[in-house]
Design a binder for this molecule. Structure first.
Ligand code: PMP
Length: 363
């Protein structure tokens, strides 16, 4: 075939992008301990697997519910707070919800804001939408710079709580203050992908904050990263707009069945989440003993500053990789280049990580 220069018709916004680099995803054949993308170390509860298995039959001929109605009804039942199904939008992963939000509210040239550092997907999504990405640093104490953010007059402001990759949480009262101060300009998205691992969450704020959207992921606390499920909670009025924008069948039939079964079996998740929280405390303490600076995290990962020594961040990443352990490294960001983000695994995985760290420290 003749060479064709496709860049001549590619959108400039796309040409200018480096492309989002998600964490390495080795598939089953490769035996590694995978602590790099904050998945859950445990299998989904049997009731969820059984429901998914039962969905693998003749019904796959048929389209799923276009608006994931059963999932949204199950979510309203499961989460309380007086939530109605009309206040819920389901996404193909919570990343899908982020895209839907931007496509609903942001025209080319309009501003979208987030904190710094934060989830690295927001910026490419905003760029693709033709928006202008602005960021404000977290306050020194981990709080929200409310006035600075409000001053940006953004259409959408992303607040990640717990934040990635730091694992810290801002005060919920600051989220309310931000919503109040930005009501005239746009929506505040409280990204609670890791919310189930935190001490508190923002669903209870919705009645007081008409411009608030809370997003949740089933990839972390619900052991379903492979099924791609996320939920957004918001006012009925916002949900109506977002439903016009999302793909008609954005959750496949098996994912919808999985989501409903997971929501109907929240009790089965409680011990798994408790285990991850207690392992988080153990891992944090053990890393500190070994000279890492690891602040408290309210997520299912720990951001650990490497001890002074022969290896830099990239060196640690490679040394752990050689011992079959994957962690995440954000070397492009100077404030993060001396840190590793380590997902909290099952006890034997955390033990393996600590043993590998000991091996690397003795050289
Ligand atoms: N938000 C944050 C802060 C995340 O870290 C992630 C996971 N990479 C997501 C959203 C997206 O999760 P998912 O699309 O798997 O639900």
């Amino acid at each position: 075939p003749r060479f064709m220069d496709v860049t001549q018709w590619t959108r400039p916004a796309v040409l200018g992008m480096a492309g989002y680099a998600p964490g390495e995803q080795p598939q089953a054949a490769e035996r590694v301990i995978k602590l790099n993308t904050n998945e859950n170390p445990y299998a989904p509860p049997q009731a969820v697997l059984d429901a998914m298995g039962a969905a693998l039959g003749d019904a796959l001929r048929l389209y799923p519910e276009p608006d994931s109605r059963s999932v949204r009804e199950a979510a309203a039942r499961a989460y309380g707070h007086g939530l109605q199904p009309q206040q819920v939008v389901a996404g193909n992963g919570s990343d899908d919800l982020l895209t839907i939000i931007l496509r609903t509210f942001v025209d080319p040239g309009e501003t979208v804001a987030a904190l710094d550092p934060t989830y690295t997907l927001y910026e490419p999504l905003v760029t693709l939408q033709g928006g202008r990405y602005a960021s404000a640093p977290w306050r020194e104490d981990g709080g929200l710079p409310v006035d600075e953010l409000a001053g940006l007059r953004a259409k959408v402001i992303f607040v990640t709580r717990p934040n990635a990759p730091t694992g810290h949480v801002c005060a919920l009262s600051e989220v309310v203050e931000l919503c109040t101060k930005t009501q005239a300009h746009g929506v505040v998205v409280l990204d609670e992908a890791y919310g189930d691992f935190a001490d508190d969450h923002g669903l209870g704020l919705l009645p007081d904050c008409p411009n608030l959207i809370v997003t949740r992921s089933f990839s972390k606390s619900m052991c379903l990263a492979g099924a791609r499920i996320g939920l957004g909670f918001m006012s009925v009025a916002i949900a109506e707009q977002m439903h016009k924008v999302r793909d008609s069948y954005n959750l496949d039939r098996v994912a919808q069945v999985a989501a409903t079964a997971a929501l109907d079996n929240l009790d089965a998740y409680a011990p798994l989440i408790a285990k991850i929280k207690s392992e988080r405390a153990r891992l944090t303490a053990a890393l500190r003993q070994r000279g890492f600076d690891a602040p408290e995290s309210q997520a299912n990962f720990v951001l650990a500053k490497i001890p002074a020594g022969a290896l830099d961040g990239r060196g640690w990443l490679a040394a752990l990789r050689q011992k079959g352990i994957l962690v995440r490294y954000f070397g492009h960001d100077p404030r993060l280049s001396d840190k590793l983000r380590i997902t909290v695994g099952a006890p034997h995985e955390n033990d393996a990580l600590l043993a590998a760290v000991d091996g690397i420290l003795v050289g």
